[in-house]
Design a binder for this molecule. Sequence first.
Ligand code: ADP
Length: 509
Amino acid sequence: MTDKYILAIDQGTTSSRAIVFNHEGLIVSVGQKEHEQIFPKPGWVEHNPIEVWENIREVVAEALAKAQVNKDNIAAVGVTNQRETAVVWNKETGQPVYNAIVWQDTRTLEIITALAGGDLDANGEKYKAKVGLPLATYFSGPKIKWVLDNVPGARADAEAGKLLFGNMDTWVIWNLTGGPNGGVHVTDVSNASRTMLMDLHTLQWDPQIAADMTIPLSMLPAIKASSEIYGYGRPEGLLTGVPVAGDLGDQQAATFGQACFEVGAAKNTYGTGCFMLMNTGKDPVPSKNGLLTTLCYKIGDQAPVYALEGSIAVTGSLVQWFRDNLKIIASAPEIEDLAKEVKDNGGAYFVPAFSGLFAPYWKPTARGAIVGLTRYVTKAHLARAVLEATAFQTREVLDAMEADSGVKLAELKVDGGMIANETLMQFQADQVGVPVIAPVVAETTALGAAYAAGIAVGYWNGEQDVIDNWAEAKRWLPQADEAERGRQYRNWKKAVTKTLDWVDADVVE
Ligand code: ADP
């Protein structure tokens, strides 16, 4: 097995990565390329699926070249992806009918409001018992409806069976396995559970919800396990002959890569947004506190494993906004130097409700605010407020998770780009009051997809190999004064109330 590796393709929100892993679960090489973020209107976020697929071809070649291996050294490929980002394409030409509508996009507010009979506050949980999700602009189903309603000719072509829908995992696997020349049209349970169209209990598409959203069932991919052979790389695609054998939404992949296999084990990933998932075992746990009930993973024909999830839309992307829109810093890591110039936030709190508020509020009509401003506040205080926003939002989700699951977290496993920020991680430990722990392999998302693929082909035996390979790199211990910690959190909660109900009904974006 030593000359064999697993390749993971991580199709993320800002970039696509290909990573070659060895049998110890360590990174051998990485290829990475960013793609364009397209913002046609306030609230709209799109990606060009063709650009993304071309980038994947490049980063796979780059990763293989850097590792000095070729496809014959790759035992299997696993795919992980930004979830809920929806693509609709023509199965004969392989051309998308519209750009991918990204998970952060809020254009479907009108659609979801109509699905709720005009009253999201009263009927926002209409489908929750079946799909585990509240009506929100976040999920894919309403995005498909938007494409069919707004792209000329799309509905007729969809009804004639010419169009396919996929989240990014489906788009990538279809192209990998031949595209118009026999590409397989599949998704896994974790990605399917983010569409609002899959029944959590049967793991099948729900015909009634699809009908409510006027989506032909023929467009929807076959729902598979997260770890099984879906097809093989084809000459028209990439990696000819290599089994494509893993598919997990990025957050579920990170949960897998962090070896959260026991009931109550949880991780939080700090990237564009923050996503905390807790393994809840073989049964879906309904949330009473604003969390999502979601599929965690399914290995082959074993029983599916469920999770509770707290999704936070804006965390690392607030740092990007601070950098790109305000130009107060030139690079993301600089925010830490600036924040360290002051000892606290100077009274300023920044609630980044740029896409409304996700967990635990689910308020699509909230918009961002900086509150508590006085003439004392400097850009250094704002830098702190930006970082603290991530930690406060995480604490809210953790509180909800403990309330829903009845499990008191003993520690929080973390990963993602923002954990390089020591100031943030220390503040996070202070706020949640439990140790915050980072693993040696921080690329847990790609790692999880690699494990799913490797387990499917027998490269690894199962979850125990993942547990054995997991190693701790660093931990941050809570140090804050209890009264101060409580005062800050209370102010944060008050700041959140100032952002609610900002968007009026006549401004749907
Ligand atoms: P994704 O996978 O969602 O694209 P990553 O895990 O690569 O995200 O993390 C990138 C995010 O982390 C960016 O939004 C960036 O602004 C933020 N980030 C990166 N480094 C730092 C840092 N040192 N301090 C704060 N934020 C950071």
